[in-house]
Design a protein around this ligand. Structure first.
Ligand code: GLV
Ligand code: MG
Length: 302
């Protein structure tokens, strides 16, 4: 599985940002053709994105293009132009505002046709599905199981809050007047369950107050604590925070490796399924928890 702790959004209409993005230490970069691009700049943005994929140096980053959603007239040309011209330099296509599984199936089919036409390996390009309205959330279980190309679900909090009329203008923060806990808990858990049911990753969306790194970090920690794999970043100031929040701490990583070693010894040498490690009893479930932390820690280079 690819690491997606930090997912950088880059407007496809801005050549300077497309250049700068290559220098930032993010796990994934997505070149946007959707909401950060004005309608009059859509066509030009496609050409910029193709050029950036073909000529840029994206070493070490997962390369993704976000196309326009299927209620617009742009989606099919976005996919055809970008994938025909730069599909060999692209890892995933992100589909926004997914409302039901047929939309993902449509993209899967179109990708297969382009791959066959161009002589690309069929099935290599993955799909990221953004869930950002009520219909998408209600249908999220079938969306998550709709294609073998799906790699991750992505929460789109800005569109989502608009879709349900949530009473706040600050994306990711609690609506004023809500005192019952975390207003995002249900939607985050709903996405997480659907994603894990189908062994997908799950990514939190943007935090728009880009100068408030403390706010970003707080909101990122909420998603990370539940089990999310990463979060969008909109500005270089958010990158280090995302990479840190979505990596295990050194202490947790070291402990996970210790659990794996101790459990291996217990089951093979001592032939026991549950043993003490210091004050902690560990068994097969402990091994599974440790594997998750160890895998993330190794991916983060700990
Ligand atoms: C992202 O696309 C969002 O709507 O939050
Ligand atoms: Mg959106």
């Amino acid at each position: 599985m690819r690491s997606r702790r930090s997912v950088l959004a880059v407007p496809g209409s801005n050549p300077r940002f497309l250049e700068k993005a290559q220098t930032l230490p993010v796990d994934e970069v997505f070149l946007d053709l959707e909401d950060s691009v004005a309608p009059s700049a859509k066509q030009e943005a496609r050409a910029n994105v193709v050029a950036a994929l073909r000529e840029g140096d994206w070493t070490g980053k997962t390369r993704v293009v976000r196309v326009n959603d299927l209620t617009t007239q742009w989606t099919y040309r976005d996919v055809i132009e970008v994938v025909e011209q730069a599909g060999d330099r692209l890892d995933c296509v992100m589909l926004p505002k997914v409302q039901d599984s047929t939309e993902v199936v449509w993209l899967d089919t179109l990708l297969t046709q382009i791959e066959k036409t161009m002589g690309f390996e069929v099935g290599r390009i993955g799909i990221e599905a953004q869930i950002e309205n009520a219909r998408g959330l209600v249908n999220v279980d079938t969306i998550a199981g709709s294609s073998r190309r799906l790699e991750t679900l992505v929460f789109g909090p800005a569109d989502f809050m608009a879709s349900i009329n949530m009473r706040t203008m600050v994306v990711g923060e609690q609506p004023s007047g809500y005192t019952e806990g975390d207003a995002y808990h249900y939607v985050l858990m709903r996405l997480l369950m659907a994603a894990r049911m189908h062994d997908l990753q799950v990514i939190d969306g943007p935090y728009l107050q880009i100068r408030d790194v403390e706010g970003f970090t707080r909101v990122a920690r909420r998603a990370a604590a539940l089990g999310f794999d990463g979060k969008w970043v909109l500005h270089p100031a958010q990158v280090d925070a995302a990479n840190e929040v979505f990596s295990p701490s050194q202490e947790d990583y070291d402990h996970a490796e210790l659990v794996l070693d101790a459990y291996e010894y217990a089951t093979t040498v001592r032939r026991r399924g549950a043993v003490m490690l210091g004050d902690e009893m560990i068994d097969e479930a402990s091994r599974k928890m440790a594997l998750v932390v160890a895998a993330k820690g190794r991916a983060a280079g700990l």
